[in-house]
Design a protein around this ligand. Structure first.
Ligand code: SF4
Ligand code: SF4
Length: 339
């Protein structure tokens, strides 16, 4: 799908509202779950922009080579200042392909110099682009945790979502990360992310991890540390494909019918703060893609937050939030109700 076909945040919100899901906050109340309110930040998730070397069919960011949004150094400096001033222990760098941002390595170095855990949400194929071939060694040298999307351990599933040839390229990238010391159970952590290849909920994280391990290690000699499952969010290109097949209402109904109060009590917006490429603040990366900035009196930009120091905030919710609270729950760290 090309970038020109994309629908903007406002139209996405209208489509979600028209699909007839109940109010997320009402459902919380009906199940005795407290309204979502964040009173601390464990993860500063920084989306450095929408530029990417891939154009995956399920991309909630609608990222690709055609996008130009990219975080400048001034906002990157504000991120580092925020980390330095606060006790936020984790810097989670995402995109697009985060490595394509000119400030990516600078952010990693500063975050690590502050003693923070730094995560790179890597699409793997970027490691094969000649100008970025030294990335595995750079990431290893800075003890960066790599979280890499691999929708399926089968070529068909991964290529179907991410593009022809992406499965083989991803395997080659994983081998390079393995050679740099990643995925062997030590401190160079390599996590894979699975999302369903279609409009259904992910299977059990533990059983999928066993299958991934058996296939990737047994068949391809590739090792990794953990598998995270992520529910497909009905936003971005996945929303467009649902609409194109008249499947949006059915998928939302599945998410609503699978509402899990235990998952809703652990959604990531309670402990994450998401920063957009221009410094606007969001409760999560999904709200960011829907243009739903923090609200209810919270500081709207990182610059404002640095002035006020206020992090306590009521979370902005919408129909897409059922994607986080369905089944075993879903977040950037995988299933919310493990075990
Ligand atoms: S899903 Fe990730 S790799 Fe694919 S286009 Fe979106 S940002 Fe790029
Ligand atoms: S979509 Fe964002 S705001 Fe909604 S529950 Fe999930 S993490 Fe929280």
């Amino acid at each position: 799908m090309s970038g020109s076909e994309r629908i903007g945040p406002r139209d996405q919100l209208l489509a979600l509202e028209a699909a007839g899901a109940p109010e997320f906050d009402d459902v919380l109340e009906r199940h005795g779950v407290e309204r979502l309110e964040a009173d601390g930040v464990e993860v500063l998730q920084v989306n450095v922009g929408r530029v990417c070397n891939q154009t995956c069919a399920h991309c909630h960011v609608d990222a690709g080579p055609h996008r130009t949004e990219s975080m400048g150094r001034e906002v990157a400096e504000q991120c580092v200042e925020m980390l330095g001033r606060s006790g936020i222990p984790t810097l989670d760098i995402t995109g697009g392909a985060p490595e394509l941002n000119p400030s990516f390595r600078w952010l990693v170095e500063r975050g690590r110099a502050l003693g923070r855990r730094v995560i790179d949400r890597c699409n793997l194929t970027i490691l094969l682009v000649p100008a970025y071939a030294d990335l595995p060694d750079f990431l290893a040298a800075h003890r960066v945790e790599v979280v890499a999307s691999l929708p399926s351990f089968r070529p068909l599933g991964t290529n179907g979502q991410r593009g022809q040839g992406v499965f083989e390229k991803s395997l080659e990238a994983l081998r390079r990360l393995n050679r740099a010391g990643y995925g062997g159970g030590g401190d160079l952590r390599l996590h894979l992310v699975h999302n369903p290849v279609g409009a259904f909920l992910p299977a059990s994280e533990a059983s999928l991890e066993r299958e991934y391990r058996r296939e990737l290690e047994g068949r391809h000699g590739v090792v990794f540390d953990e598998l995270h499952t992520l529910t497909n969010m009905p936003i971005g290109r996945f929303l467009e494909s649902l609409e194109g097949t008249n499947g949006l209402e059915r998928y939302l109904r599945l998410l609503v019918d699978s509402f899990n109060p235990a998952a809703a009590r652990s959604v990531m917006c309670l402990t994450y703060l998401s920063v957009g490429w221009d410094g606007t603040l969001y409760d999560c990366d999904f709200n960011q893609m829907l243009g739903l900035a923090v609200d209810h009196g919270a500081p709207r930009t990182l610059a404002e937050l640095l002035r006020t120091g206020i992090v306590r905030r009521r979370v902005v919710t919408g129909p897409h939030c059922f994607g986080c609270a369905a089944g075993s729950g879903s977040s950037c760290g995988g299933t919310l109700t493990k075990g």
